[in-house]
Design a protein around this ligand. Structure first.
Ligand code: WTA
Length: 628
């Protein structure tokens, strides 16, 4: 709840000084001052480190709530991710290492990655894709997923990557919402030694998806599945019949780069649109100054490219920096709970960027797993996606960081495109606090009247000024877009609650809207509710997030059954299965409660906060509007 007093501890840790001495940014305060003195100069210096086909006229044009960055600048992000390095000593450097679930591995140098991207980009052109068309990518964690994204960007097609853990209804909504002309998938994804077919989920999602002309299938299984020659193309055959060279499409700075759907407070997900120039500058900037990527690093971000973290910090940011990225299908506990530490040792990972849920899981497994491996290649640790609670921080810092590595706990969102709040390398770290707004970002925490709250009092987190990688639009929903920028004095509403201490460090307390962050993944209560009521036994449903030691939050569903249905374990099982198939495993409630009625306002809105308070034995607050 906002406006509440929060007790803050004042514990501090200082990482080994050498990491700051070696960092791109050695003095965060000075850097921030440089930004404040001349914001446009700050961003233009960074943008000038990248290659532009034509220079921009203005760094930014702000016509609230619409921003344009690097106006009339022309560029192609893949030129900066690939060609720029080919023309440098990075030409034969490994761009990407991949480690499969079964232990197989592959690698691509920058030169090789560019070739693959060009071939696949021409393949897409052969399917009739050109600048401005939307391509949906529904693939597992394999190099081809990255190649497909970059190939779209090469020719100016807008990619919409859908996490391979989503079910058919969720996929259908994302394909039709964006009007995708081509969908790229794989026959299967491999997880924990099991083969999970993907194409059948896509087939179901394609029913009534009239915009789709072709699907492209990466076939990994033996014997290979048959394809319908008219409509289904093989990933590599498409490349074989293509020209080898594909010059980068000239993109305007404000041309869309991608759509990424994120859960909303209605049943429909929101298509967040990012554009080319500003996103490129923002992800490059933060990969350099926050993650401190250097040429000698092997960088591992454990996210999936299906989420914004994967877009910004597996693919675009690190490749803009000319880094070696590491990706894997491997889950943290298969074949045993030491696998990730083993991979760090094996590949010499130096920057490890992961999520609190994974850290908490490792804590449960115990220190004997990381202690079996040599983790001395690590120099920076990172966290993203949900609050890094003090216990998890301590464990990460001591057990993995050996009491000397910097931890960057980065707060940001799909909508922000890049990091916004963190503790920069070398600054004192405070367990539980993400940190301060980074240079380039003006953030505040305000009460319901829009006034900044004093230290120790919670409030709404807002961003006061535009930044280069901010989303430009919610696809086909300008009203929703405007709502984001409707905070005090026209600020950007993050919909997170936060509190600050007397040194300006911010602690993120959780969402203030109807989103639940489960294991770092955004899930809309309304999405789960509409999946439940689409089952014939359910009349009404209400879903709430309940704190969970491991996952951050878990989903608890209350359902009201239709007449003629009675509560049985089998029916509850059916409902869980129904959510799994339609939305995907990440959205499955941990529990279903059958109830006789739901608390509602007189206007009929379900009062989820009341359900949640009852569940947690807390005070449900003002009940004057309750009807039932
Ligand atoms: C939460 C993920 C606390 C937050 C990059 C935010 C965090 C939502 C942190 C966005 C963090 C993300 N500490 N909470 N370091 N990072 N969040 O769009 O609630 O998938 O609003 O972007 O995740 O989730 P999204």
């Amino acid at each position: 709840m906002p406006d509440q007093q929060v007790t803050l501890n004042n514990k501090k840790y200082l990482p080994d000084q050498k990491y700051q001495n070696e960092a791109w940014c050695k003095d965060a305060e000075h850097f921030y001052q440089g930004f404040l003195t001349d914001p446009d100069g700050f961003w233009s210096r960074i943008a000038n480190e990248l290659e532009w086909i034509a220079p921009w006229d203005k760094v930014k044009e702000w016509n609230h709530p619409f921003a344009r960055w690097f106006t009339n600048g022309k560029c192609n992000i893949t030129y900066n991710c690939l060609d720029r390095h080919i023309e440098s000593p990075r030409r034969n450097k490994v761009a990407l290492f991949w480690h499969g679930d079964d232990g197989r591995s592959r690698s691509y140098t920058y030169w090789q990655l560019l070739r693959e991207v060009e071939l696949f980009a021409n393949g897409l052109k052969n399917l009739g894709i050109s600048k401005g068309d939307c391509v949906c990518i529904y693939m597992p964690n394999v190099p081809e997923q990255v190649i497909a994204m970059l190939a779209c960007a090469r020719i100016g097609a807008i990619h919409s990557v859908v996490f391979a853990g989503f079910g058919s209804d969720a996929l259908h909504a994302r394909i039709t919402g964006a009007g995708a002309k081509v969908v790229i998938t794989a026959d299967a994804s491999i997880r924990r030694g099991k083969t999970i077919p993907l194409k059948p989920i896509l087939e179901e999602a394609l029913i009534n998806a009239t915009t789709v002309d072709y699907i492209v299938v990466l076939r990994t299984q033996e014997p290979s599945i048959d394809l319908l020659p008219e409509f289904e193309k093989d990933f590599y055959e498409l490349m074989e019949s293509s020209d080898k060279s594909c010059p980068p499409e000239e993109m305007d700075s404000e041309d869309p780069l991608f759509i990424l759907y994120t859960s909303g407070t209605t049943g429909q997900p929101k298509g967040i649109i990012h554009t080319t120039g500003g996103y490129m500058v923002g992800t490059y900037y933060s990969s350099k100054y926050i993650l401190d990527i250097k040429d000698a690093d092997i960088f591992w971000c454990t996210a999936d490219p299906g989420w914004i973290t994967g877009h910004s910090y597996i693919v675009y940011g690190p490749l803009l920096m000319g880094a070696t990225i590491f990706i894997t299908e491997s889950t943290p506990d298969y074949p045993d709970a030491g696998i990730w530490w083993k991979l760090i040792e094996k590949y010499g990972i130096s920057i490890f960027y992961t999520a609190p849920t994974a850290i908490r899981m490792f804590m449960r497994f115990g220190e004997e797993y990381p202690d079996r491996y040599d983790l001395s290649s690590l120099r920076i640790l990172g966290s993203v996606g949900e609050p890094l609670n003090p216990e998890a921080f301590e464990w990460f810092y001591h057990t993995i960081g050996k009491g000397k590595l910097p931890i960057v706990d980065t707060w940001w969102q799909t909508e922000t495109g890049m990091h916004m709040i963190t503790t920069m390398i070398g600054e004192p770290m405070k367990p539980g606090f993400a940190g301060k707004p980074i240079p380039g970002v003006l953030a505040d925490i305000v009460d319901k009247n829009g006034n900044p709250v004093p230290p120790g009092v919670s409030g709404q987190l807002i961003i006061k000024e535009p930044w280069p990688s901010m989303m430009r639009m919610v696809h086909q929903n300008e009203e929703r877009y405007r709502l984001y920028w409707s905070g005090p004095d026209g600020s950007f509403l993050a919909s997170d609650l936060a509190v600050r201490d007397d040194e300006g460090y911010m602690m993120i307390l959780g969402r203030s809207d109807d989103l639940i962050i489960v294991s770092g993944h955004n899930i809309g209560t309304a999405e789960v509710e509409s999946a439940l009521v689409s089952h014939k036994a359910v009349a009404e449903a209400a879903v709430v997030g309940i704190p969970d030691e491991m996952k951050g939050n878990r989903i608890l569903a209350f359902v009201l059954l239709r007449e003629n249905y009675t509560e049985t374990p089998k029916l509850k099982q059916d409902l869980l299965y129904h959510v799994r198939i339609t939305l995907g495993p990440i959205a499955v409630p941990s529990e279903i409660r059958v109830v006789e009625s739901l608390p509602k306002t007189r206007s009929g809105k379900i009062m989820r906060r009341v359900l949640r308070a009852w569940e947690l034995g807390e005070d449900p607050g003002d009940l004057s509007t309750i009807e039932e």
